[in-house]
Design a binder for this molecule. Structure first.
Ligand code: G1P
Length: 273
């Protein structure tokens, strides 16, 4: 039902300099797999087959990653090392990738708007690869797709955060209409704790209905003088229903060093030890 997934991936990754000087932050690995590949695998698991990636200058490695490397294939074919390529071969075989560049950094809302020509007029998912999610059964996007099938509206994934961290996230306010599902009445981008309407933070998983593009076109720059998806979603919530969904699973903020190390240890224990 939802076939396309958009990945904003134009950011500079300044918190990980110098590692991100010549390497896209989305390509930083947790164990042996780049962050963005985890996101693509989550989208595939949710039934999506078209990945729309919003890139920028210096992001060529992402395109090369989701392509065949003939030299590598030639070198390791029929050797004991061939299995190292299995996972990425599988990903490449399951979906198509298209790319467009965000040529100016004007915020997450602007990045999503840049993807309009790749998405067209259908509901789509958004994954921020920095937020690495792991769930036992259905991934977070698969959970959200199920919810979309029922409500047919935009949905954001949320989790409870410590109140002192509200200025790192979009924060929602809403009525709980089912267990863990909120109808949004207000949302604010990165409020100070004293101004935050709750401690329910948006994490980097969205399902958006395509009317969001027209809303984004008229959304004025907000927090940090950037076009914020949070502001556009609030406009959408005033006209239509927008839901917030407390997902099952764990999320790691791999845009921070603490979260990155935590994710590395978690996946190491799960997959290697
Ligand atoms: C973005 C969004 C914010 C959301 C966060 C989730 O912020 O603007 O609303 O809570 O992603 O990771 P960023 O982390 O890109 O500054």
């Amino acid at each position: 039902m939802i076939k396309k997934c958009l990945f904003p991936a134009a950011g500079y990754g300044t918190r990980f300099l110098p590692a991100t000087k010549a390497t896209p932050k989305e390509m930083l690995p947790i164990l042996t797999k780049p962050l963005i590949q985890y996101g693509v695998e989550e989208a595939i698991q949710a039934g999506m087959d078209t990945m729309a990636i919003i890139t920028g200058r210096g992001k060529r490695a992402i395109e090369d990653h989701f392509d065949i490397s003939y030299e590598l294939e030639h070198q390791i074919k029929n050797t004991p090392k061939e299995h190292y390529l299995n996972e990425i071969r599988h990903v490449i075989g399951q979906c198509t990738f298209s790319y467009t560049r965000q040529i100016e950094m004007k915020g997450l809302g602007h990045a999503i708007l840049c993807g309009q020509s790749l998405i067209g007029n259908e509901a789509f998912a958004v994954v921020l690869a920095d937020d690495l999610c792991h769930a036992k059964d259905d991934g977070v996007l698969a959970q959200m797709v199920k919810l979309y099938a029922k409500y047919k509206c935009s949905i954001v994934a949320i989790e409870e955060i410590p109140k002192e961290d509200t200025n790192k996230y979009g924060i929602i306010e809403g009525n709980e209409i089912e267990d863990g599902i909120f109808m949004i009445s207000n949302m604010i981008e990165k409020p100070e704790p004293k101004d935050a309407p709750s401690n329910l933070a948006i994490i980097g998983r969205y399902i958006l209905t395509p009317d969001i593009f027209d809303i984004l076109k008229t959304t004025k720059a907000g927090k940090a003088d950037e076009i914020q998806i949070t502001d556009a979603l609030l406009t959408q919530a005033k006209n239509n229903m927008v839901l917030a969904y407390k997902f099952d699973g764990k999320r790691f903020d791999c845009g921070s060093i603490d979260g990155f190390v935590e994710a590395t240890n978690y996946f190491y224990k799960k997959e290697v030890k």
